[in-house]
Design a protein around this ligand. Structure first.
Ligand code: GAR
Length: 194
């Protein structure tokens, strides 16, 4: 049996509002998980700033610092391992993870579209361009593909007349943050996936 909160390592590339939802859950006192480290692939992310504000260790691991993608992957795996996470959460991390990370850790990703539709870096833009009337967000296990792993949960969001990428993404993110907290709470309570 697992004891104590589920130890999360959170990977970010941007503003970190999904991370913030997790931190708010922890600060509220009843979350069955903790955030033990936040990693970014670039300097100056809002996500790292939020982590530092909450007193959580951070690291930055840019792909450009390495001669080969495999070296970056191995370095990222080592940095994560230093904090012994039970689970890695890709929360707006805009890099495809490699085998060193995926062999060492279970990884959950959140994506701003209803997979398997509109995978990749521009899920909101691509859904809007296609003209769908309903899109949303997906939380899934990460495998070696791009947004192809088993789906854990999804939330639907209607596309409104006049939506642009920004307005639609903001409404998706409201649902996404709630979904992510609920998914991680469930994974922390039932650890049969380990
Ligand atoms: C989220 O909507 C997340 O799904 C998306 O980036 C946003 C990050 O927001 N990720 C992807 O598009 C990955 N393909 P945040 O930095 O405010 O949490």
């Amino acid at each position: 049996m697992s004891a104590g909160p589920l130890r999360l390592a959170v990977l970010v590339s941007g503003s970190g509002t999904n991370l913030q939802a997790l931190l708010d859950g922890v600060a509220g006192g009843d979350a069955p998980f903790s955030v033990v480290v936040v990693g970014a692939d670039r300097d100056g992310t809002g996500g790292a700033e939020r982590a530092e504000g909450a007193g959580i260790p951070t690291f930055v691991c840019p792909v450009a610092d390495f001669d080969a993608r495999s070296e970056w992957d191995a370095a990222l795996a080592r940095l994560l391992a230093e904090h012994a996470p039970d689970l890695v959460v890709s929360a707006g991390f805009m890099k495809v993870l490699g085998p060193a990370v995926l062999d060492a850790f279970r990884v959950v990703n959140t994506h701003p579209a209803l997979l398997p539709s509109f995978p990749g870096a521009h899920g909101v833009r691509d859904a809007l361009a296609h003209g769908v009337r309903v899109t949303g967000c997906t939380c899934h296990w990460v495998d070696a593909g791009v947004d192809t792993g088993p789906i854990i949960d999804q939330r639907a969001v209607r596309v409104e007349d006049g939506d642009d990428v920004g307005s639609l993404h903001e409404r998706i993110k409201v649902e996404e943050r709630a979904m992510l907290v609920e998914v991680l709470t469930a994974l922390a309570r039932d650890r049969s996936w380990r």
